[in-house]
Design a protein around this ligand. Structure first.
Ligand code: LLP
Length: 434
């Protein structure tokens, strides 16, 4: 359940009127709800009651320092895809000692940094990576804890661009070769085998692919426990969330505040399906949710620039663009778009909601029915807390947007909008042009 709702006619995040935030900090601005993050975190942990579970939140979904600190306060550890993400967690004042490092292309410098920081485990994606980790650990005179990411060849039935668990993907070591990879790992003097890992994709909306993966992995995990004394299994992230009808813009109806009712895969269903298999393994369980922790905890506030009536087509031109939130342009993804001030007496219109960038893909929604709006009015693009700000760019020399965290009736800007001076700070005219 998220904490964005209309109070009277105005959309609130927890007890904060979002129009106030938009006026104070300008737009486009991301706003996050702490209570929603806490609910998401607690639900996934509760769904696996009886197991020794550790959440390693996937930093890539939303790496804002305040979000990381809040998740750390809740008890979360982290899953890194780069040394930069690890440094973010350190900068947020959180420990990395319970955290894991994933990714197919870990650089030597990143491995060194992670070892020096005392990382819990590396999730190894290839044999050359194993050799490199062993080499770096040897130079530092330490042993590197690892788990091998096993590719189970399971179709996650999600968007082609975010599926990772089939043999066509670059991720992990194929299940058939995994036992041999563990044998190889056991021969390296500076490696400690600690676990087994798998992550099959993102925005997965049914529990079937997770169960299939775990069933495929279970025999290997059991034999690794016997042979190499592994102590944990990481089952990755990937739990899907509600994007469509995350909040309806039409007249109030019972389901407007009940997006959970239409949620295809809840944490409870996930936990109930996986727990029995996990209990049999008797291993510590790591999960790496990103999206399901933060997606519905964030919105992107934007302001209407123009209402342009085209030939048989309306365009609602807003001040946010694909550089601020790239998911619709990149994955054709759907995001609910609602007015901050709802007025049911106004006519609805059908429009494309587009940004100011000079590209046709700079479009948040096609032929969307939306309340008639005019210049200067605000909108919220819903479910933008995951893979939103982290994927923002400066395309068209647009600054990286601001971020605000709300908790109850308190709110604070936790990342200021980039200034033009910051944008060009590292650039210079070379001497030979002067
Ligand atoms: N663990 C590993 C090893 C991953 O690669 C990922 C995501 C996660 C965990 C977290 O998955 P989640 O719980 O968030 O589904 N930019 C795309 C999503 C890319 C996901 C990449 N890996 C999007 O906007 O949909």
């Amino acid at each position: 359940m998220h904490h964005f709702q209309y109070v009277g006619q105005n959309l609130h995040c927890e007890s904060v009127d979002l129009a106030e935030v938009a006026k104070l900090y300008g737009t486009p601005t991301y706003v996050y709800s702490a209570a929603t993050i806490a609910d998401n975190y607690k639900r996934i942990v509760a769904s696996m009651k009886g197991l020794d579970v550790r959440v390693c939140y996937a930093v890539k979904a939303n790496g804002n320092l305040a979000v990381l600190r809040y998740l750390s306060n809740l008890g979360s550890a982290f899953d890194f895809a780069s040394a930069g993400e690890m440094r973010r967690v350190v900068a947020a004042g959180a420990s990395v000692k319970q955290s894991v490092f994933a990714g197919v292309g870990k650089a030597e410098s990143e491995i060194r940094m992670a070892l020096e920081a005392g990382i819990y485990s590396f999730h190894v994606e290839s044999e050359p990576e194993l050799a490199r980790i062993n080499h770096v650990a040897g130079k530092l005179g330490v042993k590197a804890p690892i788990a091998i990411r096993v590719n189970p060849d399971v179709d996650a039935q999600t968007h082609a661009k975010i599926t990772t668990g089939t043999s066509a993907n670059k991720f992990g070591i194929p299940l058939r070769q995994a036992a041999a990879a563990y044998e190889a790992a056991s021969k390296y003097p500076n490696i400690t085998i600690l676990g087994i890992q798998s992550h099959i994709g993102s925005q997965i909306t049914s529990v079937g692919p997770f169960v299939e993966t775990l069933e495929k992995l279970a025999p290997l995990a059991a034999s690794l426990r016997e042979k190499h004394g592994i102590s944990y299994i990481s089952i990755g992230g990937g739990i899907g969330v509600v994007y469509k009808d995350a909040l309806a813009s039409g007249p109030f109806s019972w389901w407007e505040t009940q997006p959970e009712a239409r949620r295809p895969l809840t944490p409870e269903v996930y936990g109930a399906a996986l727990s029995p298999i996990l209990k049999q393994l008797g291993l510590k369980v790591l999960i790496e949710p990103g999206r399901s922790m933060v997606a519905n905890a964030g919105v992107l506030l934007t302001r209407v620039e123009y209402m342009k009536r085209g030939q048989g087509k309306n365009f609602l031109i807003v001040d946010a663009a694909m550089n601020d939130l790239v998911r619709p342009a990149m994955y054709d993804s759907y995001h609910e778009i609602v007015p901050l001030h709802r007025d049911t007496t106004r006519a609805a219109l059908v429009a494309d909601v587009v940004g100011p960038i000079c590209e046709s893909t700079d479009c948040f929604a096609k032929d969307r029915q939306i309340q008639a709006l005019g210049e200067g009015e605000y909108l919220a693009i819903m479910s933008a807390g995951a893979y939103g700000h982290v994927m923002a760019s400066r395309y068209n020399a647009r600054p990286i947007p601001a971020e605000v965290l709300v908790k109850d009736s308190a709110f604070e800007q936790v990342n200021a909008r980039e200034t033009f001076e910051q944008m060009i700070a590292n650039e210079k005219i070379p001497a030979f042009l002067k």
